[in-house]
Design a protein around this ligand. Structure first.
Ligand code: FEO
Length: 397
């Protein structure tokens, strides 16, 4: 599959319907993904990015049907991660002298991955590459989301090639936002932001400001994953500005793990207490052992507060809880509140441990938390409801 984006611009990437995890097994991709590669034909020919390594041979064979590879004048690699640069070794065997334009950090990354001394041309923000009637302007975007990341702007067609930014893991044969269910696309876009870009939100906000201040018209945004933003392309830029601004909805998410349902009963009773005192707030419950970690992270991203609960096991917490605590510490959420709860049989450290971890992860602790011995009885349930009511009050707008 290849398709025309505009006169002289062809999508030559790969739709990967099958993919269910990314970054190894670390990130779930329920709707597959695409690896977008773009061929620009002007007086000169430029290829922007490639595809993931397992599809390298297929990519190069398809590209040969599109163009004589020797007619490619420039290869632009916006980001060295393997999902975009993975076909380079196969491609460069065919056209070994073709220059590869990337950032200085891109050279380090590509050399580190492939150990080849290809014809690298380092570029920085503001550098231009004339293709004839149009030119590509390079914009470095360090830490969005790797040090080497870069955008390009194509004059004449007013297209921003944004690499991972504004992308989504979303497989589709209809590759434009006006041809698909945008609600689905946004579910994947926010999941992508929450799980990958959250730690870099300050840089996201600054980079968007910088790009907008150039005053360049943007008719289309072509990311490296998922659909192309053609209808009202700046809508995703506005969403990113919102998401980068310590985003939160009127939601509290309760995440728990449970051995014999005691902590689950606490979670559900606390939830009922929250709704009693604060009927406007959305309350969502997730058993962390039975839910997708990245979906939970997306819900945390959307929340103004979270409650986390685990029984005490061997003086610590159940392992699914430890995983979530580790992930949120790395993501560095800002301006969110939290508290802990849990059951225990004898030593009972889980609530204190979770609270300490939440504090370390940057959450504002709303309450020292509650713990219940064994399975909650009627008096314990009253305590849970009271706790929920208190949390509901704190979270009133
Ligand atoms: Fe899609 Fe950072 O690679």
């Amino acid at each position: 599959m290849s398709f025309k984006i505009k006169d002289g611009i062809t999508w030559v990437g790969k739709v990967d319907w099958e993919l269910r995890s990314f970054h190894g097994e670390d990130l779930s991709t329920h709707r597959g993904t695409t690896y977008n590669s773009y061929l620009i034909r002007d007086d000169k020919v430029a290829l922007i990015d490639t595809v993931w390594e397992p599809f390298a041979e297929e990519f190069v064979e398809k590209l040969k049907k599109e163009i004589d590879l020797n007619d490619i004048d420039y290869i632009i690699i916006n980001h060295g991660e393997i999902d975009h640069s993975g076909a380079l070794p196969v491609l460069m065997r065919e056209i070994p002298d073709t220059p590869i334009y990337c950032t200085q950090n891109g050279i380090k990354s590509l050399k580190g991955h492939y150990h080849q001394d290809w014809n690298f041309v380092p570029v920085k923000t503001g550098d231009k590459l004339s293709l004839g009637k149009k030119e590509l302007i390079f914009i470095e975007a360090p830490m969005l989301h790797w040090p080497d990341s870069m955008f390009n702007y194509l004059t004449g067609d007013n297209i921003l090639f944004s690499n991972d930014a504004f992308g989504q893991h979303f497989a589709s044969e209809n590759m434009f936002n006006d041809l698909v269910d945008e609600a689905e696309v946004y579910q994947e876009a926010i999941k992508y932001y929450a799980n990958i870009l959250t730690p870099f939100s300050k840089l996201v906000a600054k980079k968007i400001e910088e790009v907008l201040s150039l005053g360049l018209p943007v008719d289309m945004i072509c990311p490296s994953h998922g659909i192309i933003w053609r209808k009202d392309p700046l809508q995703i830029v506005k969403k990113y500005q919102e998401w980068a601004g310590d985003y939160q909805e009127n939601q509290v998410t309760i995440i728990y793990d449970t051995m014999w349902n005691g902590t689950r009963r606490m979670a559900e009773t606390i939830a009922s207490g929250i709704k009693e005192s604060n009927s406007d707030i959305t309350v969502k419950l997730y058993n962390s052992a039975r839910s997708d970690t990245n979906d939970i992270i997306t819900e945390i991203f959307k929340s103004k507060a979270i409650l986390m609960g685990s029984p005490t096991v061997n003086r610590v917490v159940l392992h699914s809880m430890a995983v979530i605590l580790g992930v949120i510490r790395g993501l560095g959420f800002k301006k969110k509140k939290a508290a802990a709860f849990g059951t225990y049989g004898w030593s009972g450290e889980s609530v204190k441990l979770i609270t300490e971890e939440l504090e370390r992860a940057g959450f504002e602790i709303m309450d020292e938390g509650i713990r219940v011995m064994w399975n909650p009885g009627p008096d314990d349930k009253k305590v849970c409801v009271e706790f929920g009511r208190k949390i509901g009050d704190i979270l009133k707008d």
